[in-house]
Design a protein around this ligand. Structure first.
Ligand code: TXA
Ligand code: MG
Length: 334
């Protein structure tokens, strides 16, 4: 059995030679490469079949390393990093000239984040330089939350996988652009817009700018994670209210798996219907969601039916539920 030290040394050697290393984070696994090496970054795009205009998040060991990736480290960035790093927040800032254009999809902004996982922080410190880290899945598919998920998509010869156990967060980081006067959440995540607004002391907006890319497909997208169909299993998936589950499941042909919400979700379902039960709390649900989608996908059935979470208005972790609902919308979009 190689020691943790040898594994990290191997990983750094791979990265230095322009190779790709999958690393665990508190959200999902990332496909890491040297962010300052265009060829290494191109390899990541190719492995994922990712459109070239979809920018990659740059992962830093600490605030000092993140500061070297941007041309302006604003007061907002300082406040957000102090409040949430290491953690699931990616901050978009004007990029520094040392960041190759391929990283940002040709755009002027770079998303930086310091991930909260001991193994990956150790890797970043040992490598001494920032790493790109898109989720370690083929483009458009469900993100991986275990090393096994990553190995199911990529050959060992192409990607060295660091196994840091199952990810505790389970859905991708919140992406916030702090360049406009009113900061904008481009992708919801475990840190809510309200949490960000509280730290910045002002209003924060949601979603893509109406101006978008001006219809130019070659332009950098404001945040392509906002494209509707994303995070999707191969098997068609639909959302259904708890009261409709039995009807929707019985109408499906070719077999069905129902993803329900515990402890008594889908009590009305006939016991013969295959089901996967997720926890009823927002964080537990987020943690288990992608593994559940992958299990359902692997069952070789015709339809995945997902019980629509219906958190009450005063439910704790409202921001996490809205990030979960965002992912469910995308997983079921066709
Ligand atoms: O939690 C995460 O963020 C994971 C882990 C591995 O860190 N990474 C991840 O990366 O989800 P990816 O590439 O799967 O999603 C990155 C999202 C995409 O929606 C992308 O468009 C957006 O962030 N993004 C990246 N750089 C950006 C930039 N410069 N400006 C605007 N959006 C950006
Ligand atoms: Mg992704």
């Amino acid at each position: 059995m190689p020691t943790a030290g040898t594994i990290l040394a191997d990983a750094c050697a791979r990265l230095r030679s322009g190779g790709v290393v999958a690393f665990p984070t508190e959200t999902v696994y990332g496909l890491g490469a040297d962010a300052l090496n265009s060829l290494a970054v191109a390899r990541v795009f190719a492995l994922k079949s990712r459109p070239w205009n979809n920018p990659l998040i740059v992962h830093a060991a600490d605030t000092a390393m993140a500061q070297r990736c941007v041309s302006v480290w604003s007061d907002d960035a300082e406040r957000l990093a102090a409040a949430f790093w290491p953690g699931p927040l990616s901050i978009v800032l004007p990029k520094a000239s040392n960041i190759p254009p391929i990283v940002t999809g040709g755009g002027d902004g770079v998303a930086v984040r310091c991930p909260d996982h001991p193994l990956t922080l150790e890797l970043l410190h040992a490598f001494g330089s920032p790493l790109v880290g898109p989720s370690a899945n083929p483009s458009g598919r469900v993100s991986p939350t275990t090393a096994k998920h990553v190995r199911a998509s990529f050959a060992e010869a192409d990607v060295l996988v660091l196994d840091g156990g199952a990810c505790v967060g389970g859905i991708e980081s919140t992406v916030v652009d702090v360049r406009p006067a009113t900061p904008r959440v481009l992708r919801p995540g475990l840190i809510g817009a309200d949490d960000i607004a509280r730290v910045l002391g002002r209003h924060v907006e949601h979603g893509i700018h109406a101006a978008g890319t001006g219809g130019d497909p070659a332009a950098a997208l404001p945040s392509p994670g906002l494209l509707r169909s994303h995070y999707a299993p191969r098997t068609p998936a639909v959302l259904a209210d708890a009261s409709d589950l039995a009807a929707v499941a019985s109408a499906a042909s070719g077999g069905v798996v129902v993803i329900t919400i515990g402890p008594d979700g889908a009590a009305s379902l006939p016991s013969a219907v295959a089901r996967i039960t997720l926890p009823a709390d927002a964080r537990g649900y987020a943690r288990g969601l992608y593994a559940a989608l992958r299990r359902a996908d692997a069952a070789g059935i015709g339809l995945i039916v997902i019980e629509r979470p219906a958190p009450s208005a005063d439910a704790p972790d409202a921001g996490v539920w809205s990030a979960v609902l965002d992912r469910l919308d995308r997983a079921t979009a066709r």
